[in-house]
Design a protein around this ligand. Structure first.
Ligand code: UDX
Length: 464
């Protein structure tokens, strides 16, 4: 907490309990704290370490309250999202309701619950306990608009298998460009219901916030503003990576002391020479796909830093490297289980980001001006990839074969396109242009900064 400044109101924040959802809400909590609000995040005990992986400097300004979701020591091997959802709803509602009733921080009771939009039930908890409920959307406006349209029975898929669908504010979208939960409902029925369900009660939320910024999604924002009023407050990332000179801000690696060896490794590489590869915190790649990516990295000869996330108990067999790969490429590359991704992307040695295009990774690559090779895996990632390649023109997207595998030649071709020649230079220029727009949005007086201040003012006045 900042010392010496009177806090004007106390806000509870409830993330969906996974890394890609905790990170932006923690950053938003930090922004509220720097605007003189008290911020308390509520999360299951098992996610404690995710907060330390996220950004320890934000933890200095934010209170944390943990509750048990019955999996305090980690998720069991038979974990499924379907069976977990009612459990989270039950344990989370109880914990949040109880905190609203009894928690006091710096003399302030909570006046508002900012909840991840996936957790629609949290709005009822807030209202039943007499405080404001604010939906926080962690995906792009484009993706939110597609789910909202889906829920309202408006067209979101092409009529013909190889056709396109026209959605206001977006480029024409083929089946491969729309969220996989809509494109393949037979495989993802539960997720489709959950993600489109975000918009069932959104019109009852007191405010709707989105982790995006006005100039990035101006057209689609105009379209969805018709459905519900929203405030773009992103990118929700530590300000020190967004051009801020704020002395309080600390780089993630500095405090974490975690895996700084990969930063030292980057220090020894020429400017723009390293291919950074990461598929985020959830994707599980098949052995065949891992083999193809490994082959591409060896062939293209650039130094590479690859995050290969060890599979958890319920993901056995995924993300496994071909035997002998690490030894065979020890001169060329470095494989790590996790890294301080923002520090890596901000490093001058990194020239290309091979990414699954999770929304956080997309915003992180964009804000650091790093051009991308998009290899989407599922969920919103196909749509994010389309935006990266065709709208923002700061990356290229791979083609898959008939088995839905990206072959090594294709990965190599895309890496070369980003790293070499006039095309690479153009992608870099575009990436830097978007970086500048993002930094402008969060700077004093920028669109997201103004929206956050307006939100804070509304909460503070409702509190008086
Ligand atoms: C999931 C969905 O897949 C994504 O599409 C959705 O928008 C959010 O939830 P996830 O796989 O977690 O995303 O990817 P992403 O959104 O990119 O978030 C991953 C986060 O982990 C990023 O903030 C990234 O910086 C961080 N990370 C990842 C690290 O800090 N270190 C790593 O080594 C890898």
């Amino acid at each position: 907490m900042e010392v010496g400044k009177a806090k004007s109101a106390h806000v509870l924040l409830l993330p969906y309990p996974s890394q890609g959802h905790i990170n932006p809400l923690l950053q938003f909590a930090d922004r509220l704290a720097s605007n003189c609000l008290c911020a308390t995040i509520v999360a299951p005990i098992r996610n404690r370490s995710d907060f330390h992986k996220a950004d320890p400097s934000a933890l200095a300004t934010t209170h944390l309250e943990f509750f048990s979701d019955g999996h305090d020591d980690g998720l069991p091997p038979d974990f499924t999202f379907e069976t977990y959802e009612p459990n989270l709803r039950r344990t989370g509602s109880r914990a949040v309701g109880d905190l609203i009733d009894r928690l006091t921080v710096e003399g302030e009771r909570p006046v508002c619950l900012v909840y991840d939009s996936f957790l629609t039930w949290a709005l009822d908890v807030a209202h039943d306990h007499g405080i404001l409920g604010v939906s926080f959307l962690t995906q792009s406006c484009a993706v939110c608009s597609i789910y909202d349209r889906y829920l309202r029975d408006l067209p979101v898929t092409p009529k013909e298998p190889n056709g396109y669908v026209a959605i206001p504010g977006m480029p024409l979208l083929g089946l491969r460009d729309i969220p996989s939960f809509i494109a393949q409902p037979e495989s993802y029925g539960f997720f489709l219901e959950m993600l489109s369900g975000q918009f069932k009660n959104i019109d009852q939320a007191d405010y709707v916030l989105v982790n995006s910024f006005d100039s990035l999604e101006a057209e689609v924002r105009k379209e969805i503003a018709e459905s519900w009023s929203l405030m773009m407050i992103g990118p929700a990332l530590p300000l020190v990576y967004l051009g801020s000179k704020n002395p309080r801000a600390t780089k993630i690696s500095g405090e974490q002391g975690m895996l700084t060896d990969c930063l030292q490794w980057l220090d020894g590489k020429p400017v723009g020479s390293v291919v950074y590869v990461s598929f985020g915190s959830m994707a599980v790649l098949s052995a065949e796909q891992m083999e193809e990516v490994s082959g591409a990295l060896r062939w293209c000869k650039w130094p590479f830093l690859w995050v290969v996330r060890p599979p958890s108990a319920n993901e056995k067999g995924g993300n496994s490297l071909p035997e002998g790969f690490i030894e065979a490429t020890s001169e060329q590359g470095l494989v790590v289980p996790w890294c301080p991704q923002l520090d890596v992307l901000a490093h001058r040695a990194v020239g290309c980001f091979v990414t699954h295009c999770g929304w956080n990774s997309t915003l992180e690559g964009l804000t650091q001006g790093v051009p991308m090779v998009a290899i989407p895996q599922w969920s919103d990632q196909p749509t994010n990839s389309k935006l990266v390649s065709d709208v923002w023109k700061m990356g290229v997207r791979v083609e898959v074969d008939e088995k839905e595998v990206v072959r090594r030649g294709e990965v190599e071709r895309c890496i070369r396109e980003v790293m070499e020649g006039e095309r690479g230079a153009e992608l870099r220029r575009n990436a830097r242009r978007w970086r500048d727009f993002a930094w402008e949005a969060v700077a004093e007086g920028g669109s997201s900064d103004k929206n956050i201040k307006q939100f804070v003012a509304k909460l503070s006045s409702s509190h008086l």
